[in-house]
Design a protein around this ligand. Structure first.
Ligand code: SF4
Length: 898
């Protein structure tokens, strides 16, 4: 076993500390870091399964030029020459970088420096634009700088957590568990504002299922209520803020009374008043918000509507109080800090004359960009119009994740030069790449990330780079040197980059910028290697952070005593009024589509899709609908639905739940062309943006839908992944020893026999065993290699239940027994099989049916009792709301308790 390495989880913005060890067989074991102040040893289901996602399978291992493997020198020479030629012919603004919150801060810094400092354009934007740029814009309007005022300790100390557009139970599970502990130990109250009844709502004291997009009116109504009931902190407003009369006036016009707000938000006035009372009377209140607020054409106003209420009550920067934006990605904050967004220059400086001069001096260059570049949506729109001649995509998958993805595919197709650096070889974006550059993946990278509470943590290397993979900062620096900027990009290590970046945050700062890492600017290599998690600001006078213990007890909050980063040092109230979503529903597109994450998947599944246990939670992409909408469209659970928006279409299965509001639907964001035929939400989503932040509206897309009836459907299980013929519906899931495909098609596309011929044409007849019932239109076929099961296919015209879990396990066997062979083609074992049902607890592999059985055997059982018997829910806690639902339904005494 190797020595433990302390590093950071590469998934969400919680930024949990992880300890890895690798055994003699090369298997990596992952555990939570008990000393890390974000998680104190806990990991959620995704973090716990990190070890499953490593390895070289599906990795991009060598540089490729127009499909041919080449050496690094050839690839880098070509990239540098092509970028130089493009800039010479079309100018700096013809080139763009599209980067990622997956990059480390050091990578981000070098990418930004190359584009904004030396190429001389600001056309570098990041996938964080889709995630939290409205929070950035809202912070800058109110605080003068993009600063999250509080830290995670506030989640433990608050008396009221208001979650707005945040399903934290699934999306930020470790932080959500801190709220649950606070609720249990201190009696904290929780309010959730979300159109959907999400798993987070199971722990809430109050849920406000508002009409999508009406958050501004809800918080304007709160501001009016606070004013009318004497909750203004007049000292705070007078001493530290500016503009509250105008903001209050706008709020009164927009949300004059409770009934008007209740009507607009489509919630009961009683619930609304209960929220307003609770908020006003709870001094220690924390408003936590994420993508449900940000991903909106009025996202920035929503952020400022929330901040206005906190400024008005002076509830900011004190323990347990404040507005708290939670980022989606592991290093979205690091990207914001270095300047990875097209509308910031560098290190929290903008494109004003002073900042441009500071950056020029520091980078010793005359070619610093002088105005903002293209934000993500504009960037791809310009590319589709032929205005971008060269794009470099780093560590992200815009063809699957940027809304109106069909336009993105077109734009990539048209772009004369597409460079993609990535660690994964099979993404929708990489298929458009002229040049593919293998980047290091998690475990191989070395650098820093910043989490949602401004805490910088090290991501440390514990694996040798796969194939020829290189660090992103190295790739960028090598290209920059070949473009003629040797001295400016002469880095030997990530520590060199980090020191330079830290020094830039300090350069001519004079307390004008909150982002100040001067205390880290002189770290020796060893100090950088041993850097403990630390929150910024880190002024030079601070204790040596390299030797300081990781601690959450420091007081790194902002703004309790003013000190805003505006010209007069005062916060700004921002007058805001509700504006309807830009693309409204219509008789043709009457349903509102919402989108978001599932508990056990991450982004476009390039990593979590490699974990069989994570794939077991929700096995196919589903469209969730209210029962009345399902009835209106003759849909039952599991029906296929054809969905259309103004941008694109999809086919997926129906899931029916009254957690959904009528007239609204929900679709997960994860599936894409690598995992399904047509289930990419980005192909449906509209790309209207917030006018200030440029963040697209991904929570509100008008759609229509209809029952889709295939002529046949089937189940394909195969040891190796296959390229399927064109079909209307297929989904792919990696299981432990095989791939599982769900198939459905019309005969005009392909008949079952044609499909069988396609899928089994690499097996000789003697290796195939089959049964067919033409009358019932069923067929079952198995292919073997020396009595080892290789491929299995069942087709049918109706609904047939197979024991898929048992069939999948047969692929683990080197030899198939005679008994199993006999049962195989019936799709069911002759021996009784335990059907554990849908996976609920990923950490301990516990299914819904196991929990039901325990409930039925123990009528008085409660949530924690399930943990004692099955361990379910006792590790990361992400599944506790799902367990609670089962207990409430199946433990007979639960009804009595209710
Ligand atoms: Fe990773 Fe889960 Fe922690 Fe997020 S909450 S950083 S996904 S372990």
């Amino acid at each position: 076993m190797t020595s433990p390495v302390k590093t950071t989880c590469p998934y969400c913005g919680v930024g949990c500390g992880v300890i890895t060890t690798t055994d003699a067989d090369g298997k990596t074991h992952v555990a939570g870091d008990p000393d890390h102040p974000a998680n104190y040893g806990k990991l959620c289901s995704k973090g716990s399964a990190l070890g499953d996602t490593l390895g070289t399978k599906d990795r991009l291992l060598t540089p490729r030029l127009y499909g041919q493997d080449v050496s690094w020198a050839q690839a880098l020479d070509h990239v540098a020459a092509q970028l130089t030629a493009t800039i010479r012919e079309y100018g700096p603004d013809s080139v763009a970088f599209y980067v990622s919150g997956q990059l480390l801060t050091e990578d981000y810094y070098v990418a930004n420096k190359l584009m904004k400092g030396f190429i001389g354009s600001a056309n570098i934007d990041t996938n964080s634009r889709l995630c939290m740029s409205s929070s950035v814009a809202g912070h800058k309007r109110a605080f003068g700088e993009d600063i999250v005022p509080g830290h995670y300790d506030d989640w433990d100390k608050t008396d009221l957590a208001v979650l707005v557009g945040s399903n934290a139970a699934w999306c930020h599970p470790i932080l959500f568990q801190r709220l649950i502990r606070n609720q249990n130990e201190r009696g904290m109250k929780m309010v959730i504002i979300d159109p959907r009844r999400t798993p987070s709502c199971d722990s809430a004291d109050l849920h406000l299922p508002i009409r999508p997009g009406t958050d501004v009116s809800l918080f304007n109504g709160l501001l009016v209520y606070l004013a009318d009931n004497g909750f203004e902190d007049s000292h705070y407003c007078r001493e530290y803020t500016r503009g509250h009369p105008d903001a209050l006036q706008a709020a009164r016009e927009d949300a004059p009374d409770l009934l008007t707000v209740a009507q607009r938000c489509d919630i009961s006035p009683d619930r609304l008043e209960a929220f307003y009372q609770l908020f006003s009377q709870t001094e220690n209140s924390l408003t936590i918000y994420s993508q449900g607020v940000n991903q909106s054409s009025q996202g920035t106003d929503k952020v400022n509507a929330i901040i206005n209420c906190h400024l008005f009550t002076g509830r900011i920067g004190r323990p347990g109080q404040g507005p708290f934006s939670v980022t989606g990605q592991p290093n979205a904050m690091g990207g914001r800090e270095v300047g990875g967004l097209a509308n910031t220059l560098a290190a929290h400086m903008d494109f004003d004359d002073d900042s441009i001069q500071i950056v020029k001096e520091f980078w010793q260059t005359e070619t610093v960009a002088t105005q903002p570049g293209l934000k993500a949506i504009d960037l791809f729109n310009h590319m589709a119009e032929g205005k971008i001649k060269a794009l470099w995509v780093m560590g992200t998958n815009p063809a699957a994740s940027v809304p109106n993805a069909n336009l993105v595919h077109d734009a990539l197709q048209k772009c004369p030069l597409v460079i993609v650096s990535d660690c994964i070889d099979n993404t929708d974006t990489l298929q458009h790449a002229h040049i593919a550059l293998p980047a290091q993946g998690w475990g191989e990278k070395d650098g820093t990330v910043t989490n949602s509470e401004r805490r910088i943590s090290r991501q440390r290397r514990f694996l040798a780079p796969a194939g020829q993979a290189k660090a992103d900062f190295w790739i960028l620096a090598e290209v920059a040197k070949r473009m003629g900027w040797q001295d400016a990009f002469d880095y030997e290590s990530p520590a060199d980059v980090f020191r330079e970046y830290s020094a830039l945050t300090a350069y001519k700062n004079d307390n004008h910028r909150g982002l100040n890492l001067s205390g880290l600017a002189d770290l020796a290599a060893d100090e950088y290697n041993h850097l403990s998690p630390i929150q910024w600001p880190v002024p030079a006078a601070a204790n040596n952070p390299a030797t300081a213990p990781a601690t959450h007890a420091n007081d790194q909050r902002f703004f309790a005593q003013g000190g805003y980063f505006t010209p007069d040092g005062r916060a700004r109230f921002v007058p805001v009024r509700y504006i309807p979503p830009q693309q409204e529903t219509s008789p043709t597109f009457p349903i509102v589509l919402n989108s978001g994450r599932l508990r056990d998947q991450w982004h476009t599944m390039t990593r979590t899709g490699k974990s069989a246990r994570l794939n077991d939670h929700i096995k196919e992409p589903l469209l969730t609908l209210h029962p009345e909408d399902a009835k209106k469209h003759n849909l039952v659970s599991g029906s296929f639905i054809k969905v259309k928006s103004r941008q694109g279409d999809a086919i997926l299965r129906c899931d029916i739940s009254d957690n959904q509001r009528r007239g609204e639907a929900f679709m997960p964001m994860h599936w894409n062309n690598q995992y399904a035929a047509q289930a990419c939400v980005a192909q449906l989503a509209q790309n209207n943006t917030d006018p200030l932040s440029g963040q697209p509206e991904m929570k509100y897309t008008p759609i229509n839908m209809a029952l889709w009836k295939p002529d046949w459907s089937g189940l394909l299980i195969t040891r190796t992944a296959l390229t399927l013929p064109n079909l209307s519906y297929w989904t792919k899931r990696l299981s432990t020893d095989c791939f599982v495909y769900q198939i459905a098609a019309k005969n005009v596309e392909i008949t079952p026999q044609q499909f069988i011929d396609h899928v089994f044409d690499d097996f000789p007849a003697q290796n195939i065993q089959s049964v067919q019932d033409r009358k019932k239109s069923t067929a079952a076929i198995a292919a073997f290699h020396q009595n080892r099961l290789e491929r299995l296919f069942f087709t049918h015209s109706g609904t047939v239940q197979y024991q898929s879990a048992w069939l999948e396990k047969l692929f683990a066997k080197e030899q198939i027994s005679t008994e199993d062979r006999r049962s195989l083609l019936a799709g069911k074992s002759a021996q009784p099989q335990e059907d554990v049902g849908p996976l609920i607890c990923s950490c301990f592999g516990v299914g819904a049916n196991q929990i039901k059985t325990v409930c039925q055997d123990n009528p008085h059982i409660e949530l924690d009792g399930i943990g004692e018997i099955l361990k379910a829910g006792t590790n990361c806690g992400s599944c506790r709301s799902e367990i609670r639902n089962i207990v409430e339904k199946f433990a007979p005494a639960a009804n009595e308790r209710a």
